[in-house]
Design a protein. Sequence first.
Length: 101
Amino acid sequence: MTNTLGDAGQARFAAAPERLTFAEAGSFLAAYRAGLAGGEGSVDLGGLTAFDSAGVGALVAAARSAAACSPPLTARFVNPPAQLRALADLYGVAELIFAPA
């Protein structure tokens, strides 16, 4: 994940990798948790081109990691591809990881 400035330079968003599959889920989650230590919990998923159920699971685990911080942080996953949102809906976790559409 790479850090970029968003929202007129105020909020920081990490850019997700192009792929979030079984092969990348562990490293994504480790990078996300490292970002939480710096108080950052927002990730732009706009560049995500490949994902699977392990990727959805990594997003759920990331959201839970943010909520477990002291004080709790809110995971913000913005710009998810429509197919990723549909997969999360199928698994019943879309409300946990995405803001309402």
